[in-house]
Design a protein around this ligand. Structure first.
Ligand SMILES: NC(=O)c1ccc[n+]([C@@H]2O[C@H](COP(=O)([O-])OP(=O)(O)OC[C@H]3O[C@@H](n4cnc5c(N)ncnc54)[C@H](O)[C@@H]3O)[C@@H](O)[C@H]2O)c1
Length: 441
């Protein structure tokens, strides 16, 4: 069992293009945020790649470099942004509509944001019922549309003189699609694209185009896309990293911190009721039952995976778990998420935990987009292909190979991520055993 990467990581030389399907609240908060940081106008709070450190070797060595100095990452100055959206607004207008950032973070960079115009999207209202856009590609088949995306990718790379690209999906949550025969192999998917099959959603076409162009793809919504055998086959065949799905930001972030605590202390759980009010466009899209179902599936899996009811039936065999998202325009992007958690302790005595998280959705998501862009590019330069399980840290519904249970516990995910960085750079894994400091041979 090797714990060190046999291949050297290629340096991050030149410019990195970050392509974003979807230029809404998350994408514009990300791009505007990076530009503010580049101009020293704000701090990249929430970004592990920009602010995190990593301990190396024994605790007595005192080695803890910044992550961005330890692994060869693209710098913020290397990043060039592009995107697609069916709504033709440039990034400045889109950021204003999203209403996340205040004028003090938008006005000084207005010209920069106005320069980012969305390319015409592959969009079909069948998959996102609450949206209507005019900036849309036309094509006889889904295969044609996907080929147009490939052409966009190549042109963007050429025009901006980029060395490498990554793609991070920041577009809407599509209707729920059950994985089926058309997603079972690459050949089946490509046939279905040519036949305009209904189970081929736009997000699959962006992912297919990215992988065909050798561009790593991360899925920020709960859409199936790269979580299919077909696109995983393509990613491995082309040697390209993929990751997903659904950025882990507000309520689920809290859930993946609190529920491992219950399990660690063998405290029981009888019910977990989660509800949200949210007033941005994402909230409006999720008001459609079909899009909500996709999100619900993504949010519900977490407790089951962390608590392992089959292994602990007395503690977690009978949990009532409910997740609601309510569209409430007055709050805009400032979501409020309530959790009522009914737990039980010693001899079965009941207790309750209440969480009221007044969060800002896109403020939590933007640093995730940045970290994923930089880490996916790193993974590619390290020769890692297919599912990047070490990036589970960032996802509500982390992808894993069939037969492997996904890891949801935030702190195990963090350990996995940092150990992967150590592995890539030829440093020892840290097991946190610590006995070596106390028991000398
Ligand atoms: N903000 C968070 O905390 C968070 C967390 C997890 C997941 N997400 C997901 O991230 C995504 C973006 O969230 P947001 O708040 O920016 O939403 P948003 O509605 O502000 O932006 C989404 C944008 O995607 C565009 N779009 C829709 N279909 C498209 C297509 N086929 N091609 C290109 N563009 C398309 C829309 O026109 C819109 O501008 C959503 O799917 C959301 O569920 C967000």
């Amino acid at each position: 069992m090797t714990t060190r990467n046999p291949r050297p990581v290629q340096p991050a030389r030149g410019r990195l293009g970050v392509l974003l399907p979807g230029m809404g609240a998350v994408a514009t908060t990300f791009m505007a945020g990076v530009e503010n940081v580049r101009r020293n106008l704000a701090l990249p709070v929430g970004s592990l790649t920009q602010l995190g450190t990593i301990r190396l070797g024994r605790r007595t060595e005192g080695r803890a470099p910044a992550i961005r100095e330890f692994v060869p990452l693209a710098t913020l100055d290397d990043l060039v942004f592009g995107g697609w959206d069916p709504i033709p607004d440039d990034a400045f207008r889109a950021a204003q509509v999203a209403g996340v950032l205040e004028d003090k973070h938008l006005q000084p960079i207005a010209e920069f944001l106005r320069g980012i115009q969305p390319m015409p999207a592959v969009f079909d209202q069948y998959y996102v019922r609450k949206l209507n856009g005019t900036n849309v590609k036309r094509g006889a088949t889904k295969r044609d549309l996907a080929e147009q995306l490939r052409e966009d990718i190549r042109r963007f790379k050429r025009e901006h003189q980029l060395d490498r690209l990554v793609m991070v999906w920041c577009a809407s949550t599509e209707i729920f699609i059950r994985p089926g025969a058309v997603h079972a192999s690459l050949a089946a998917l490509e046939r279905a694209m040519a036949e305009n099959h209904a189970d081929v959603a736009p997000s699959m076409l962006y992912a297919w185009a990215a992988l065909m162009e050798g561009v790593p793809f991360a899925m920020g919504a709960p859409n199936l896309a790269v979580d299919t055998p077909a696109l995983q086959e393509l990613a491995v065949a082309r040697g390209v990293p993929i990751a997903g799905k659904d950025f882990k930001t507000g309520q689920t972030l809290m859930k993946t911190v609190l529920s491992p605590m219950l399990k660690a202390r063998m405290l029981g759980l009888s019910g977990w009721y989660s509800t949200n009010i949210l007033g941005n466009r994402d909230g409006e899209v999720l008001d459609d039952p079909e899009s909500f179902k996709t999100k619900e599936e993504s949010k519900l899996g977490v407790l089951e995976h962390i608590l392992q009811p089959a292994m602990y039936p007395q503690l977690y065999g009978n949990v009532f778990h409910k997740v609601r998202i309510n569209y409430y325009p007055p709050r805009g992007d400032n979501k409020e998420g309530w959790d009522n958690i009914d737990i039980f302790g010693w001899l079965g005595y009941p207790m309750q935990i209440k969480v009221d998280f007044l969060c800002r959705d896109s403020i939590l998501a933007a640093p995730i987009v940045l970290d994923l862009a930089l880490f996916m590019d790193l993974a590619q330069r390290a020769g890692m292909k297919g599912i990047q399980e070490w990036l589970s840290f960032y996802f509500k519904s982390p992808m894993a190979l069939p037969g492997l249970t996904p890891e949801h516990d935030l702190f195990i995910q963090q350990t996995k991520l940092k150990n992967t960085l150590r592995y890539l750079m030829g440093e020892e894994q840290i097991t946190h055993l610590g006995i070596e400091y106390y028991q000398q041979p």
